[in-house]
Design a binder for this molecule. Sequence first.
Ligand SMILES: Cc1cc2nc3c(=O)[nH]c(=O)nc-3n(C[C@H](O)[C@H](O)[C@H](O)COP(=O)(O)O)c2cc1C
Length: 377
Amino acid sequence: MLRFLTAGESHGPCLTLIVEGLPAGLRLDNQTINRDLLRRQGGYGRGSRMAIERDRAEIVGGILYGQTTGAPVAIQIENKDWANWREHWAARDLPRLTVPRPGHADYAGMQKYGVDDARLILERASARETAARVAAGALTKHLLGPFGIVVGSYTSEIGGVSARMPELGHHERWSRAEASPVRCPDDEATAKMCARIDEAREAGDSLGGVFVVTATGVPVGLGSHVHWDRRLDGRLVWAVMSIPAIKGVEIGPAFENARRPGTKVHDEFAPSGGGVTRTSNRAGGFEGGMTNGMPIVVRAAMKPIPTTVRPLRSVDLATGEPAETAYQRSDVCAVPAASIVGEAMVAWVLAVALREKLGGDSLAEMEFRGKALWGRA
Ligand SMILES: Cc1cc2nc3c(=O)[nH]c(=O)nc-3n(C[C@H](O)[C@H](O)[C@H](O)COP(=O)(O)O)c2cc1C
């Protein structure tokens, strides 16, 4: 019903996004999308590519007079770096890359697609593609807004430095994250994370970490328990896991819960205004594959960036001889940027579930049904 496709290479002319299935009547402009594109570009630890790019969404279809019409929305994001590459692509004078980087898509991609140049793989495996996802996420955040659903994120760990912030609510964490160069709500941890990134840069190394995406205002009953592929927690984990370099995703404190007895885990009910409330949210907003009305909490583990200045051992696939990886311009740490991509994927999955639940061809129709069901929007 609601779906998106992206196309485009890291050093091609642009990224293209097509979103199909948005309702008519959604008010949108480039600024909304550009704000999130800018957030994805930032973060302490990013490489020089982000100094070249000034990501801007150009809406080329589906929005007239500032509103969606129900037609597919098409967006392009220019790659400014293309100017430095176009002649090389045309002249075909770029050196062949035959030494696969451990941790990147080079080796598996070359074997799978039968190519002898990793460039043909890395151009699309590059996380440059995630700029288009962030644009898709920005569109869907706009759809969630009228229903009171807000999605935000923050960094909780980088290179083994963990944030401590037990007293802060979700919205306070988000706003503090916006003011931190590593998107971490804990000032002390921010300083340590930046120092750790500096150390890694000095050592020619790279770092990973953990980010948390939360969604508040989510109504009860999105997704379903009745069939495996309708369980929304599973769909959410898939979407977040699909972000390059994300290797673990948990909902709520899942692994910690696994070490505790049930009476110390399950979120007890208490009566509240004719309904119920919860005394805790260790389930992270899901029960039975459905949203349970509590904030959604998704935690994602990002591995260290595979491209490092200090070489890793590899093999030159052209000769079969041992070889060391060559450095290509790269981020030292991209956890803060990945958290914005995480927001986009969570917003996307929630918007899909909302469209499934409410249907309708226009936002007005969706709002009418939402009001009937939940008494809001
Ligand atoms: C926002 C973001 C930025 C990234 N930047 C780089 C980078 O500069 N260099 C690099 O080698 N990998 C980078 N990565 C990770 C690679 O894209 C990823 O490790 C690679 O595509 C292989 O996929 P996998 O790690 O999921 O197996 C980045 C990932 C994200 C989410």
